[in-house]
Design a protein around this ligand. Structure first.
Ligand SMILES: Cc1cc2nc3c(=O)[nH]c(=O)nc-3n(C[C@H](O)[C@H](O)[C@H](O)COP(=O)(O)OP(=O)(O)OC[C@H]3O[C@@H](n4cnc5c(N)ncnc54)[C@H](O)[C@@H]3O)c2cc1C
Length: 392
C-alpha cells in the first residue's frame, strides 16, 4: 500500500520556477536520445579543445540543473533553499583530476574545506569523498589482492591511509558524518578493510563513517551480515550508504576480458531483490546500523517505507535517511521530507569546465535508464499542466 504520494508534483517542484521547469524538460528530453548525448559530448570536447566560449551555455543549462554552483557561497544558497523544504544536503567539490600525489593532496584539502563549510550547519550533516581521490587504483588493487608493495608504494599507501585518517579526525571534531564512496569491485576489498578499521576507531558511540555498499554485486548481503557480527564483536556502529552500483558495464567488460566470473548480479531483478533484502536486514538491526538509502528507485523506497512501518521504525529515526542527486527524482526527495523522513540531496559543485566529466556521466546514466528519464518527463509535464490549470 502506498503511504506517500510520489505523484505529488506540486510538492516535488515547489522550488522550481516555470522557466526552470521548462529547462528541466528540455534537458531530460535531450538526454532521452542517446545519439544527442553522444553528439553533445563531442561538441563540448571540441569546444574545449578550441577554447570556444561554451561555459555560459553549459552553466545556464545542464550545470545549473545538476550542480549547486561554482563555489561554496553559490552552493550554500541552494542548501538554504532546500532546507526551507526540510531537505538537507551534502556537498561534493566534483573536480576529477589526473592521479598524482599532488592532486591527492589537493583533493584532501578540498574535502577538509567542505568539512569546514558543513561544520555548524545542521543542513549539511554529511560530507563525501572518493577513495581514488586520495590514492591510486593500482595501490588499492594490489592491496585488495594482498600483493606486497615496493618501498615506494608502501610510502604512498601510508600517505593514502593518512588522508583517510585526517578526514575522519576533522569530521569527528566538526561533528560531520562521512560517506566513503564505493568504486570498482577489484579495488573495493582494500577500501572495505580500511573503512572497517576506521569504523572500529571512530564509530564507537554512533556512526560517523559510512561505507558504501553496492547491491548489484553478488554476495553483498552476506557482507552486510558479516559486518553485523564484526560490529557486535568489535563494539562499533556501522554506517552504510546503500546503492545499487554505478560501474556495471565496466565490471562486465573487465570480467569478460580477463576471463573471470562477472561479480554483478545476473539480472536487474536480482539486484533489486538484494537491495530490498539489504534494507530489511539493516532495519531489523537499526540500533547497530545507520542507513542512508541512496536510490532513485521509487519501488525500493516504497518497500523501505513499508518495511520500516512493519518493524515500527519511526519515519524520523536518526539512523535512517534517504538521498537522491540534485536535479533528479525531486518527487521522492521532497515528498519524503514532507512526510518527516530525513531526506538529503547530494550537491556537486565546482568550476563549470572542471565539473563537465561529472555532468557527462549524469547524462549517460540517465540515457541508460530510460524508464527514469521518462518518469522525470511525465512528472514535469504533469506539473506544467497543473500550473496552467491553476492560472486559468
Ligand atoms: C545519493 C547517491 C549516492 C551514490 N553513491 C554511489 C557510490 O558511492 N558508488 C556507486 O557505485 N554508485 C553510487 N550511486 C549510484 C548508484 O549506484 C546507481 O547507479 C544509481 O543510483 C541508479 O540506481 P537506482 O537505485 O537509483 O535505481 P534503478 O534505476 O532502479 O537502478 C539502476 C541500477 O540497477 C543496476 N542494474 C541495472 N541493470 C541491471 C542488470 N541487467 N543486472 C544487474 N543490475 C542491474 C545498476 O546498478 C544500475 O545502475 C549513488 C547514487 C545516489 C542516489
Amino acid at each position: 500500500m502506498k503511504t506517500i504520494d510520489f505523484d505529488d508534483t506540486e510538492t516535488a517542484f515547489e522550488l522550481k520556477s516555470n522557466i526552470e521547469l521548462k529547462r528541466a524538460y528540455f534537458l531530460f528530453k535531450i538526454i532521452s536520445y542517446p545519439f544527442l548525448v553522444t553528439l553533445g559530448k563531442l561538441i563540448v570536447s571540441v569546444s574545449i579543445k578550441f577554447r570556444l566560449p561554451v561555459d555560459l551555455i553549459i552553466k545556464k543549462t545542464v550545470f545549473d540543473h545538476f550542480c549547486a554552483g561554482i563555489d561554496d557561497s553559490d552552493s550554500i544558497r541552494v542548501v538554504s533553499l532546500l532546507a526551507s523544504k526540510n531537505v538537507n544536503s551534502y556537498l561534493h567539490y566534483s573536480v576529477e583530476a589526473a592521479q598524482s600525489e599532488e592532486t591527492y593532496e589537493k583533493c584532501l584539502k578540498s574535502t577538509l574545506k567542505t568539512i569546514e563549510i558543513s561544520k555548524n550547519n545542521p543542513n549539511l550533516p554529511f560530507i563525501v569523498f572518493k577513495p581514488t581521490g586520495y590514492g591510486s587504483s593500482e595501490l588499492l588493487e594490489k592491496k585488495s589482492k594482498s600483493i606486497s608493495f615496493t618501498p615506494i608504494e608502501q610510502d604512498q599507501w601510508n600517505k593514502m591511509v593518512n588522508r583517510f585518517r585526517k578526514t575522519f579526525e576533522k569530521a569527528k571534531l566538526s561533528n560531520v558524518k562521512v560517506f566513503v564512496d564505493a568504486e570498482e569491485s577489484w579495488i573495493q576489498p582494500a577500501i572495505d578493510d580500511l573503512v572497517e578499521n576506521f569504523m572500529i576507531k571512530f564509530n564507537n558511540k554512533e556512526a560517523l563513517i559510512f561505507n558504501t555498499i553496492q547491491m548489484y554485486r553478488k554476495g553483498r548481503l552476506e557482507y552486510l551480515k558479516e559486518l553485523k557480527n564484526k560490529a557486535i564483536k568489535g563494539k562499533f556502529k556501522v554506517g552504510i550508504k546503500l546503492v545499487r552500483g554505478a560501474y556495471m558495464e565496466k565490471e562486465r567488460e573487465r570480467a569478460i576480458k580477463m576471463k573471470y566470473s562477472n561479480p554483478i548480479c545476473d539480472n536487474k531483478n536480482d539486484t533489486d531483490q538484494q537491495y530490498d533484502d539489504g534494507v530489511e536486514f539493516m532495519f531489523k538491526h537499526i540500533n547497530l546500523f545507520s542507513i542512508f538509502i541512496g536510490s532513485h528507485n521509487e519501488k525500493s523506497i516504497e518497500k523501505a517505507i513499508a518495511i520500516a512501518k512493519k518493524l515500527l521504525v519511526p519515519s524520523n529515526h536518526k539512523n535512517l535517511s534517504f538521498g537522491q542527486l540534485y536535479g533528479m527524482s525531486d518527487n521522492l526527495t521532497f515528498s519524503l521530507a514532507k512526510n518527516k523522513y530525513n531526506s538529503i540531496k547530494y550537491l556537486p559543485y565546482g568550476p563549470v569546465k572542471e565539473v563537465i566529466p561529472f555532468l557527462i556521466r549524469r547524462a549517460e546514466e540517465n540515457t541508460s535508464v530510460s524508464g527514469q528519464t521518462n518518469r522525470e518527463l511525465n512528472l514535469i509535464e504533469s506539473e506544467v499542466n497543473r500550473r496552467n490549470k491553476v492560472s486559468i
